[in-house]
Design a protein around this ligand. Structure first.
Ligand code: FAD
Ligand code: NAP
Length: 306
């Protein structure tokens, strides 16, 4: 029987595990991939205090390293369900079951698909959702980036390290991204913009992407653009499918909590990108992890279980 099982080892989950372990609780951290979450897919992080600039995977390693020292047990596991029984909770993975007094959900969010023709056909053949992973394959090539948020604009700037030209396609005429990120993109000679446009179809030669068909949504006109790759950054959806039976989500699937990270089920907490909230960042995830780690301890103390 664990005191707490933390599901997801992104910045939120790693911090919750650290805080809980430092109160001497028995902590299991379950992760379905490499520890670090979205930080592993981020080239450079410039807004995490203490660092002018740090590579995402490097920050992930720095957050992970102290966990073992403080006694956090780390295991691989794809969580498929959580059961809330009268006396304890059960976390079910694809190949195991664990009993625990409390659960912290920190499963984050994943990239949304555009849902257009060619997107699935050319996945890994020119269509990508991760500039850090795939950018180096496009040296001296022409790329299209779709979206107008922080991810699209920041990753477009990163892609100019490799590509000869990056064209950003955005459905409106102003960007959602932070101003400092926008300014870098506007100042970059390799970047150009297609405003008020959507990608209607990703085209290829049956092996690789060869271009996109754009639609100008103001004029209704179509344009053909040649490119070798299409990077899609059109937002996120919450990774909450394993928790549907708990009924702790809003209509769009984001988990609802109070300021102490408590869901409506006693002993089940949620933190980080998976929560319904305004600002999805590493700093906010880490802060919520700290709150949840402490709240788990207070909850168990209140029930005289520690
Ligand atoms: P995540 O980092 O998403 O981690 C969730 C973890 O849960 C993952 O490791 C996942 O594998 C695991 N998981 C999910 N489901 C399961 C399951 N069923 N079983 C087991 N494990 C599971 N923020 C910044 O502050 N600065 C930046 O520069 C920045 N750049 C970004 C660039 C990109 C391209 C993106 C997409 C995001 C960026 N962000 C940035 C946002 C930041 O990465 C997130 O806000 C942060 O990572 C959220 O942390 P998290 O721990 O909540 O979730
Ligand atoms: P986001 O902020 O939700 O932006 C998604 C973008 O895609 C928006 O510009 C949106 O257009 C566009 N879009 C959505 N659906 C579309 C569709 N069907 N067709 C065309 N365009 C579509 O998502 P994100 O940029 O991935 O960011 C996710 C979170 O991570 C945010 O909280 C962000 O702040 C954070 N993040 C932070 C950093 C950083 O701090 N440096 C970096 C990356 C990400 P509209 O603008 O018209 O809605």
């Amino acid at each position: 029987m664990y005191d707490v099982i933390v599901i997801g080892a992104g910045p939120a989950g790693m911090t919750a595990a650290l805080y809980a372990a430092r109160t001497n609780l028995k902590v299991l951290l379950l992760e379905q991939g490499a520890p670090g979450g979205q930080m592993n897919n981020t080239a450079i992080i410039e807004n995490y205090p203490g660092f002018f600039s740090i590579k995402g995977p490097e920050l992930a390693n720095k957050m992970y390293a102290p966990l073992v020292n403080f006694g956090v047990e780390n295991r691989y596991g794809v969580v498929v369900e959580v059961k809330n029984l009268a006396k304890y909770k059960v976390v079910i993975t694809e190949d195991n079951e664990y009993q625990t007094k409390t659960v912290v959900i920190a499963t984050g969010a994943s990239h949304r698909l555009l849902g257009i023709r060619g997107e699935l056909d050319y996945g890994g053949l020119g269509v990508s959702y991760c500039a850090v992973c795939d950018g180096p394959f496009f040296r001296d090539k022409v790329l299209v980036v779709v979206g107008g948020g922080d991810s699209a604009i920041e990753e477009a700037v990163y892609l100019t390290r490799f590509a000869s030209k990056v064209m950003i396609v955005h459905r409106r005429e102003s960007l959602r991204a932070q101003k400092i990120i926008q300014e870098r993109a506007f100042a970059n000679p390799k970047i150009s913009f297609f405003w008020n446009c959507i990608v209607d179809e990703i085209e290829g030669d049956d092996h690789l992407v060869t271009g996109v068909r754009l639609k100008d949504i103001k004029t209704g006109k179509y344009m053909e653009i040649n490119c070798s790759g299409v990077f899609i950054y059109v937002g996120l959806y919450p990774m909450t499918a394993p928790f549907i039976n708990l009924k702790i989500m809003d209509d769009s699937g984001w988990i609802l909590t109070d300021e102490e990270m408590r869901t409506k089920i006693p002993g089940i907490f949620a933190i980080g990108d998976v929560r319904k909230k305004m600002l999805r960042q590493i700093t906010t995830s880490v802060g919520e992890g700290g709150i949840a780690g402490q709240q788990v301890y207070l909850y168990l103390q209140d029930k005289k279980e520690v």
